[in-house]
Design a protein around this ligand. Structure first.
Ligand code: GLN
Length: 222
């Protein structure tokens, strides 16, 4: 079975380990560069992207991880993890010295942090994700073409590069309290090569197919 690391600097690490183990993977918590040795894939959990950025540099794990992503290591990022995989942040936070937060990058997208914030800070919604229909495992929604998506101060994706496949979107038009003038669907799940990212948290709903899909990607089956 594949060995999947979970970046364990901050965020909901244990829930991802449970979901990965349900999919048949072995897991390892990653904090230091040497922990990366021998992993077949990596999950970057939700949490706070600025904290994970800062800690990953302090622990010396940011640079080796960047190199591994570049070499094709399969990585799944959820929420803050999606932000950390993005090549560009529309509205990066700055530290006290005025330096913008950094990402590992690799995913040719632009994300906006806390993007749903002005409508609702956190919400739960069933959204279509037809790519999951072919993935075995427990579904979180009655209709297996849907996923129950939990958004917690979640980002959305505003721009995708030509190699990025859109897996799920949230319709903004018609949403109560929506004050976004653009009135377009917002991208919340993407895949590009070996990289998978979701704005939402599948690990807290009993949904197991997203981690399964990721394990299939690691095995070269998807
Ligand atoms: N808003 C957080 C950030 O910018 C992400 C929230 C989450 O991961 N649930 O990092």
């Amino acid at each position: 079975s594949p060995l999947v690391g979970v970046l364990a600097l901050q965020g909901d690490v244990a829930e991802h380990q449970v979901a990965l183990q349900a999919g048949g993977a072995a897991t390892r918590r990653i904090r230091r560069p040497e922990d990366l040795k021998g992993v077949d894939g990596l999950v970057i959990p939700g949490g706070e992207s600025t904290a994970i950025d800062k800690l990953s540099r302090a622990f010396g794990v940011a640079e080796p991880l960047r190199a591994l992503i570049h070499q094709g290591l399969p990585v799944y990022g959820s929420c803050a993890g999606m932000i950390l995989l993005a090549d560009e942040i529309a509205d990066p936070a700055c530290n006290a010295a005025g330096e913008p937060q950094q990402t590992f990058g690799g995913l040719d997208v632009t994300v906006r942090r806390n993007a749903f914030g002005r409508q609702v800070d956190s919400f739960e919604e069933e959204i279509p994700m037809p790519a999951l229909l072919s993935v075995p495992g427990e579904a979180s929604a009655a209709d297996p073409a849907n996923v129950r998506a939990v958004f917690i101060r979640a980002p959305w994706i505003e721009r995708v590069g030509s190699d990025v496949e859109i897996l799920a979107s949230v319709p903004l038009p018609g949403r109560a309290g929506n004050d976004d003038a653009a009135q377009v669907d917002r991208i919340v799940a993407v895949r590009s090569g070996n990289l998978l990212a979701t704005s939402f948290h599948p690990e807290v709903t009993g949904e197991r197919r997203i981690h399964r899909l990721f394990i299939q990607m690691i095995k070269g089956d998807a």
